[in-house]
Each structure stands twice: as C-alpha cells, then as structure tokens.
Design a protein around this ligand. Structure first.
Ligand code: GLN
Length: 267
C-alpha cells in the first residue's frame, strides 16, 4: 500500500513538472506558436496592405510589425481571402486579423476587436466617362416605384461594401441581383476597367490607390458613414487583446501610428 502511495506521488510530481514546462513553452500572449504572432490579411488593399515583390507593405503591415516588436514576438503574415480571416482567427489558425477591417456589430458577435487605429469611408469608383455622379443615380422612379437601374456593382466579397450593397433597397442597398462579388479589390477594379461592372464600391483609401494606378477612373462622393478599423482577435484569447491594446496605445501616444499613416496617406 505504501509503495502505491509513493508511486502515485512520483506520478503527480512528474505530471506537475510536465504542466509547468508546457505552460513555459507558451508565449505570454498565448499565441498559437511560441514567439510568433501570425497575422492574417488580404494583401490587395493598398495603402493598408499590398505586396511589393515578395514582401508585404502598407500601414497595417508596419503597425503590426511594431506591435509584434512591443510584444517580443516575430511577425508572420498570411495572405488569405478577406472572408476567411475571421474564421481563421476564431479557430486559432491565425493569432489576429489586420486588413483595414471595419468593426461591425455582426463581426463583434464572433471575434473581439482591438481599439481602433484608423478610419475608412465607403467610396464609389466609376469610369471617367460614366454618367453616374452619386449613389442615388443608380436608382430610377420615385416612392414605391423606386428601383435600381439595369446596373451591376463590383465589390470585394464579404467586405462592408459588399454587405451594404447586397442589402435590400429598403435598407439602403441595391439587392444581390445588382452586385458582383470579387475575391480581391483589384479584381473588382479590373472588372470595372474591362466594362464588366458599372461601378465598384470599396473603402476610400484603396479607392484612391486604384484610381491612381488605373487610367480612366474617378471617385464619387457617398453618404456612407465613417467606419473604424481595428484588429480582430479570438474571443478565446483575451490576454492577446489586452497586450495588443496596450502596444497600440503606446504606439499611438508616441506618434508612431500617425507617422506610419501619414507616410502612406497625404493629409
Ligand atoms: N473595411 C472593409 C471591411 O472591413 C474592407 C476591408 C478589406 O477589404 N480589406 O469589410
């Protein structure tokens, strides 16, 4: 009997030691891989994220680099479809999603968001020769007879531009029949250039970048509200949320965030 108690005690000590080592192996932030901060993004959203040769560049990429530095972690960027970012963050495949991502009530049901670090507005891009001058120009008729003209609008799938446009006319959208979803913002813009859609609805800064990079396009003013950009993090990792928020707050108060934003966006 005594022997069994001794063996049990040894097993317990061994198990406790193993636990200790296991928890030592985890980073303080509880990231999936020790020492690494995996950021999921969609690098077709200049000036927030885009590729330059084999490298990633942009506002989010630089801010994420400084956050990782503050946290003592190595930043690893995964370029995925915008619509897979939240699911991948929820499942723990990625530690955070940073992609000019707007904080919405719907998204807040599935992930946590950091404090906001930038703002966006939805813009409409049309061809220079287009007769459209506002979102209202997409409609004809009045009151009960009001309907969307025979037009198609290109959006990047799963983005707020897609969500607003795909909503019903009563809710301020155009209805799914008038929306064509593309995998990236660039694909939507190329469809506009090729005349496959009449307009593209996308966040204002990428809109400016796409108009600068493609001839014959212009931007219309819209009535859409301002959106807040933030980093999404799994609801299962509140430690990382806290650490990212304190890194962000340091980077904001030292002027680093503004410095990065003004490097990419002319005031
Ligand atoms: N701000 C938009 C959203 O969160 C678009 C983001 C993006 O295309 N990367 O839906």
């Amino acid at each position: 009997m005594k022997k069994i108690t001794k063996i049990l005690a040894i097993i317990m000590v061994l198990a406790m030691t193993a636990c200790l080592f296991a928890s030592c192996g985890k980073s303080a932030s509880g990231t999936a891989t020790e020492g690494v901060l995996v950021m999921a993004t969609n690098a077709s959203f200049p000036p927030y994220e885009y590729t330059e040769g084999d490298d990633f560049a942009g506002i989010d990429v630089e801010i994420a680099g400084l956050i990782a530095e503050e946290l003592g972690l190595e930043l690893k960027i995964e370029d995925v479809e915008f619509g897979s970012i939240i699911g991948g963050v929820q499942s723990g495949k990625f530690d955070m999603g940073m992609a000019g991502m707007t904080v919405t009530e719907e998204r807040l049901k599935t992930v946590n968001f950091s404090d906001t670090y930038a703002k966006g507005v939805q813009s409409i891009i049309v061809k220079e020769t287009s007769s459209f001058n506002s979102f209202d120009d997409f409609f004809e008729g009045e009151g009960d007879d009001k309907q969307v003209k025979n037009i198609k609008v290109g959006v990047q799938q799963d983005t707020t531009g897609d969500i607003y446009c795909s909503d019903t006319v009563e809710n301020g959208g155009l209805g799914t029949d008038h929306v064509i979803q593309y995998k990236t913002g660039n694909d939507a813009v190329q469809a506009l250039v090729a005349g496959k859609v009449d307009a593209v609805i996308i966040d204002n800064e990428p809109a400016k970048s796409y108009v600068a990079a493609n001839k014959g396009l212009r931007i219309l003013d819209t009535a859409y509200a301002e959106e807040d950009y933030a980093i999404c993090i799994s609801k299962d990792n509140p430690e990382l949320l806290e650490e990212i928020n304190s890194a962000l707050s340091k980077l904001k108060s030292s002027g680093k965030v503004d410095e990065i934003i003004s490097k990419y966006i002319a005031a």
